[in-house]
Design a protein around this ligand. Sequence first.
Ligand SMILES: [Zn+2]
Length: 433
Amino acid sequence: MSVAYVLEPELTWTGARFERGVRVAVGADGRIASVGAGAAPARPAIRALPRRAILPGFVNVHSHAFQRGLRGRGERFPAGRGSFWSWREAMYALVETLDAVRLHALSLQAFREMRRAGITAVGEFHYVHHDQGGGGDALDEVIIRAAAEAGIRFVLLHAYYRTGGVGAPLVGGQKRFATPSVASYWKRMDRLAAGLDPATQTLGAVAHSIRAAPIEDIVLLHEESRRRGLAFHMHVEEQRKEIEDCRARYGVAPMRLFLDRLAIDDRLTAVHCTHTDPRDAAAYVAAGGRICICPLSEANLGDGIADVPAFRAAGAAICVGTDSNARLCILEELRWLELVQRLRTESRGVIVDGDGVAARALLEIGTLAGARALGIDAGRIAPGAHADFAAVDLDATALAGVAEDELLDAIIFGAGNDVIAATCVGGRWEDAR
Ligand SMILES: [Zn+2]
């Protein structure tokens, strides 16, 4: 594959540290052709990036782009304390107002804001399929178009949604989410696949949750998803009520039910696991299952605190998502993954790598682990991977006075979106401000 250009950043993240003098060759196919200190090839254009440190672009595993429309709303509580369920009513009210134009505007806004936060790939857990009035799947195409316009790498996690609660019919705005049968779901997936940009867009399969699909349907969806080699995502045990409702119908908690009925492997990602029984979590992780935590959304919605240290002790691959997009800052998601555990355990350095470095462990969670959960080869600056980068401004105010060997720690624990100077998706750069 021919080389399109060669990057010469001041600092390059090579997996364990920032290094100087590293050249990153980007192929015409949008992938990284080589990484090293060798002599620059003669012909390709050199792109020097002085005062920039490049990281792998961040991977946002779990987003509902339209919920960007709730920003700043639902934060007043005149009737007393709210809950996930009162928030969900506000979200359904937003759904009632969504048409193709509004969904497009909100999604484009969310995806552009993600790029300014250094996010180069998103798993969009998409369940608002139908325009007002019910029929048609026009909104699926709308969100794909918005992602293409924002230039973000896009994994359409197309959600199956059939029930309005465990064993309950869809009501009101939920009818906009309806997928009538497993067979029609896969027909729709085939049609969607034909309309994707193969350079930046792929599909993943989703059962929204045990609230939204009977277990028999989830089993069929998951079997076909495995046959096709797709990533498979589900909301799991975010709220205690979901566990109670599942117990009432199936006799066991959702995760236990999935352990009993699904052939779990590393293509399966359970989102939240806030209230998952530690024994169920350990069995799930041992089978290869991944867990996506959404720290800011889980805090905002008052979900509770997942036992991430126990998941990691069992060997779990953890990744993160921005979920409700009430705030779009992946650096904040990553540090809150650790900070909330510090508050809970009254200790520091809970999520660390083998050398005890929290920032490195968190960076991997926000990049490589996320890419694996979405089934894409990204999240690392290495030959063959997508040329997706986040460039950090070394002259940013938040990084002033920071020693080079503590730069990543300062970025993860002390910086916000203002340090992100640019992002690159598939070799194509865009300024972040
Ligand atoms: Zn979600």
